[in-house]
Design a protein around this ligand. Structure first.
Ligand code: FAD
Length: 304
């Protein structure tokens, strides 16, 4: 592939988009504007996050239900097992399945005191995400994706433990890993090598976080254990009050990252949209996808 959008890329790249459930009517409007704009790219699936401890159960369920009713998109519901009993989690999974969900992103979640607080399994709950994957497998024939950490999970003392847990998730039935966002492609490539050496052969789909607001992303990266290269900071320097230029720079930065990953053999991307379409739209376009309905389908139909 070349570094430029070319016919060799179109038809080869698969994308998925992550959204979060809206908290109010305005946010719902923004979410649906974004879904409508991105749907014509024909994503492999669109995922909807789930507040740890069940805090967004209803909004997540409402969002995936509406996606099923009003679009041709395949939704994936995130599900966490932190601070919930096994019965509670199973019940939520059954409700989602009843609404038509066939794909779960199975996660442990973080304690409600926040990222960094010590995780303790709920008595009678799933011990971790591998146990949750096993539980979901018993409940139905779902597609199950899980999380992976190219720069390792902040709680993990080393990569070996992290990758061992990923292996347990795969052995329990996970068929795809979506990575924590990262900006260091070398770290991703090293991680995939380690994972393959450990005998794990599922797709490790890179999670791409376009930078809407550098300071916010840097804070978030710090909490998640993702490194932020110095060069990235310099690129956004002085643009704090210039959203238009920031968006152009963010598109260029993300395009550079995904092109480099394509050159390293990646052909599948998971975008953290933050419920905003603009940057993701431009990056997908640069990846050779077309969102102008030229594939004959805008992915949305009227509510039944
Ligand atoms: P696990 O895979 O169970 O474990 C995470 C890490 O903890 C392991 O890698 C390991 O380092 C350590 N660990 C686990 N067990 C042990 C042990 N016995 N001993 C020592 N160390 C151990 N959070 C939400 O609340 N809602 C969401 O919708 C959501 N979506 C996400 C989507 C993606 C793609 C990603 C990457 C993360 C998402 N998260 C979400 C965040 C996630 O819940 C947190 O990162 C959480 O801290 C770990 O979840 P996990 O499923 O990776 O956990």
């Amino acid at each position: 592939p070349t570094r430029f959008d070319s016919p060799t890329l179109a038809g080869r790249i698969k994308v998925s988009f992550e959204f979060f459930p809206p908290k109010n009517g305005d946010m719902e409007g923004q979410l649906w504007e974004s879904i409508s704009r991105l749907a014509p790219f024909n994503p492999d699936f669109v995922s909807v996050t789930y507040g740890a401890g069940g805090s967004t159960k209803q909004p997540t369920l409402n969002t995936v239900s509406r996606i099923i009713k009003e679009t041709d998109l395949a939704p994936a519901a995130h599900l966490t097992c932190v601070e919930a009993s096994r019965d509670e989690v199973d019940e939520v999974a059954r409700e989602f399945a009843g609404a038509g969900v066939k794909h779960f992103v199975a996660l442990r979640g973080d304690p409600s005191e926040g990222v960094g607080a010590k995780y303790r399994p709920h008595p009678g709950g799933y011990e971790n995400s591998a146990a949750l994957v096993g539980g979901l497998r018993e409940l139905g024939d779902f597609e199950i994706s899980v999380a992976a950490y190219p720069e390792k999970h902040p709680e993990s003392p080393d990569f070996a433990l992290d990758i061992d847990l990923l292996k347990r998730k795969v052995d329990a039935g996970a068929t795809r890993a979506l990575t924590q966002f990262f900006y260091d492609n070398d770290a991703y490539e090293r991680y995939v090598e380690r994972v393959r050496k450990a005998g794990i052969f599922i797709p490790i789909v890179p999670g791409i976080m376009p930078i809407h607001n550098f300071a916010q992303v840097a804070r978030f990266a710090d909490m998640c254990g993702a490194s932020v290269p110095e060069l990235l900071a310099r690129r956004f320097e002085g643009l704090e009050n210039d959203p238009e230029t920031r968006a152009m720079v963010a598109t260029a930065v993300a395009a550079e990252q995904v092109y480099d990953l394509v050159e390293r053999g990646v052909d599948e991307f998971h975008f953290y949209t933050m419920n905003r379409a603009k940057l993701v739209y431009a990056i997908c376009h640069l990846l050779g996808l077309r969102g102008n309905g030229s594939n004959g389908n805008n992915g949305i139909h009227a509510a039944a």
